[in-house]
Design a protein around this ligand. Structure first.
Ligand code: MRU
Length: 369
């Protein structure tokens, strides 16, 4: 644990993940402890980063992709891997496979994780294709550069989503402020930059245009109440937390102008996997004639996944939901079903806000995103 912090792009909000200057340590803000404690973990091994992803110390689709890329890079630090000075190519490929399997197995739904690992694998192959035998230090340098590039590109994608989304969102008419409902946390804490769903909000706020956010708690891990509320408050954006069961009432009472959510994977047909509770939000939004936008970088689009039915949905431990055991009622207690994500069908999505443009369907983004 260290006190080392780096700004995320949103004033007062630390970056969820960063790599040390020597490319040997991944610094992760432990989001399981927020908002009570702001603790940065110094992780020197890929296994430590894998544990942090699995336990949601770092979470949010883009942030876990970046973390996995950094984990691969530190896994090739010469001391860490024990690589000889000149690298045996098969050894390097085996090492990468071992790391990719470890990291890909942490969380199944967000495609950004697999996307980032694929990029790291391609960077490694390019380095191994050099006719001169690479050294361990060469490979480490290449992988650090690729992981940092993934992080930097995500930061730029978030800014572009903010700019395009801010132009797209409705202008408040009779009221003073635009009221945006989101779910979970798709802000700076979930990405390499200023967020996806929250990026247009930050953009409006920075331009001095009044905007307020409604943040459903997001049971069972409370990313809305703990994380979205925290980062927006840090940034000075007004935020109201409500229970997940209050979202319908909020819409019916005319308290919501627009819904903007993030995504963990967008299938080729446009179906969207995102935090559990997103699908009901989309149905309610349609019922109340409220636009429903999905904000995501193109790294979240999965052209290999035909539709939402093929997206693997993570099911987490019942312990996240089950109340503490009641000593007066012995027995196994209730069974729990705890899916972490649901699928919103494409028909419910008004538009996708990406860094390359606004689209009514993935096809509109022009070929493979
Ligand atoms: O389980 P989490 O906290 O990783 O879930 C995160 C979400 O569902 C986000 O909406 C999504 O990853 C997009 S983050 C920009």
């Amino acid at each position: 644990v260290s006190g080392e912090r780096e700004a995320s792009g949103v004033a007062g909000v630390p970056s969820p993940v960063r790599l040390s200057g020597d490319g040997r340590t991944v610094h992760i803000l432990d989001q399981t402890l927020l908002p009570a404690l702001e603790t940065i973990l110094d992780l020197g091994s890929p296994a430590g980063v894998a544990e942090a992803i699995r336990a949601l110390r770092v979470r949010g689709a883009p942030a876990i992709g970046i973390s996995a890329a950094y984990a691969v890079a530190i896994g090739f630090a010469p001391e860490e891997s024990g690589l000889p000075t000149r690298v045996d190519r098969e050894w390097a490929r085996g090492r990468f496979q071992e790391l990719a399997t470890l990291l890909a197995g942490t969380r199944p739904t967000a495609v950004n994780l697999r996307w980032a690992l694929d990029r790291m694998g391609r960077a490694l192959e390019t380095a191994l294709g050099d006719p001169a035998d690479p050294t361990a230090a060469d490979l480490h340098r290449v992988l650090v550069a690729e992981a940092r590039a993934i992080h930097g590109e995500d930061a730029r994608a978030c800014s572009a989503i903010g700019r395009l989304g801010s132009d797209l969102l409705p202008r408040p008419t009779d009221r003073g402020e635009l009221r945006v409902m989101t779910i979970c946390n798709a802000g700076a804490l979930a990405t390499g930059g200023i967020g996806t769903a929250l990026a247009p909000v930050y953009h409006r706020h920075a331009r001095g245009e009044p905007v307020a956010v409604l943040a459903p708690e997001t049971r069972p891990l409370l990313q809305g109440a703990r994380l979205t509320a925290w980062e927006l408050s840090r940034a000075g954006v007004p935020v109201t937390v409500l229970t997940d069961s209050a979202v319908g009432a909020a819409m019916a009472l005319g308290r919501v102008d627009v819904v903007v959510v993030g995504a963990d994977r967008i299938a080729a047909n446009g179906d969207v996997a995102n935090k559990i509770g997103t699908y009901p939000l989309s149905v309610l939004a349609a019922t109340h004639d409220i636009p429903f936008y999905v904000a995501a970088p193109t790294s979240t689009f999965d052209p290999d996944c035909p539709s939402g039915g093929e997206i693997p949905i993570e099911e987490r431990s019942g312990e996240e939901v089950r109340p503490s055991p009641d000593p007066s009622a012995p027995g196994a207690g209730p069974t729990v079903w705890n899916p972490a994500f649901d699928v919103t069908p494409r028909e419910r999505v008004t538009a996708y806000i990406t860094e390359v443009g606004i689209a009514r369907s993935p096809e509109e983004l022009g070929g493979e995103p």
